[in-house]
Design a protein around this ligand. Structure first.
Ligand code: NI
Length: 263
């Protein structure tokens, strides 16, 4: 079985002491590729350094909405430059966050639009973070879609069926993290059952968002298998067929090398 964890932050300090062991556990669990996502310039650089050093890792670079107020003008130029590195498979995470209220919405929208535009200019997919901001995000995506086709993913999706449908109809993928395994999360599993086969991918968002039965612990890429098993059941597929489906989707989305062609 070959899975892809499409959203991790293994460049973070939480993994500093045992990153090599974490990667070994992931590969032994059947995770064949891991996407390492930045949230500001420094974490994007660290993601690229890791991805350059390991053929089974790819980087996503960008400025997450909660960090937009800390970014200097030169940081965005550095992200644009970093995006040209061959280890970079996407842009983000970007999006909107109306939960923390620390960054003005106009500034968040400015950075979200930059990522969407850069995606359309470079062909790199974008990775969307949405917290309490689904309606505004769909508005921005619809605007961007008028300029050209969209290629991206709603990461760690927790929204409604209507939002999911609006996003997949705009050409986005929908990515599910460990929350979908929580016992009472029937509504999210119903969304996961309805996503078109060619649009569903999976992730851990580690070190955050551990799935049952690891809830509250540090999350890690090996645990993506738990989300995969849960969603295979939800969609009435064998674990193997669900792994094949989501791996093919992630490879297409991030233009990753096919299984067997990397070291
Ligand atoms: Ni994340």
């Amino acid at each position: 079985m070959e899975l892809i964890d499409t959203h991790t932050h293994i460049q973070e300090d939480a993994f500093e002491a045992d990153r090599a062991e974490v990667l070994v556990r992931a590969f032994e669990a059947g995770v064949q590729h891991i996407v390492v996502v930045g949230f500001n310039l420094d974490s994007s650089r660290r993601a690229v350094e890791l991805a350059q050093a390991h053929p089974r890792l790819s980087a996503v670079v960008g400025i997450q909405p909660n960090y937009a107020h800390e970014a200097r003008p030169a940081d965005w130029e550095s992200i644009v430059e970093l995006a040209q590195d061959s280890s970079v498979a996407g842009l983000g995470e970007t999006g909107l966050d109306l939960y923390w209220k620390t960054v003005p919405l106009e500034l968040q929208i400015d950075y979200f639009r930059r990522h969407l535009q850069l995606s359309q200019d470079t062909g790199l997919p974008f990775v969307v973070h949405s917290r309490d901001a689904d309606a505004d995000i769909v508005v921005e995506l619809r605007k961007a879609a008028q300029a050209g086709p969209l290629n991206g993913v709603m990461h760690s999706f927790t929204g409604t069926m209507e939002t999911a449908q609006a996003c997949w109809e705009l050409g986005l993928h929908i990515s599910f993290a460990g929350m979908v395994t929580f016992k009472n999360n029937h509504a999210l599993r119903a969304v996961a059952a309805a996503v078109p086969s060619e649009r569903i991918v999976i992730e851990t968002d580690c070190p955050y968002l551990a799935s049952s039965p690891n809830r509250g612990k540090r999350n890690e890429p090996a645990f993506v298998t738990l989300t995969a098993d849960c969603l295979a059941g939800v969609r009435g597929l064998s674990s193997k067929d669900f792994a094949d489906l989501t791996t093919a989707n992630a490879q297409r989305l991030f233009r990753l090398p096919a299984v067997g062609t990397v070291g």
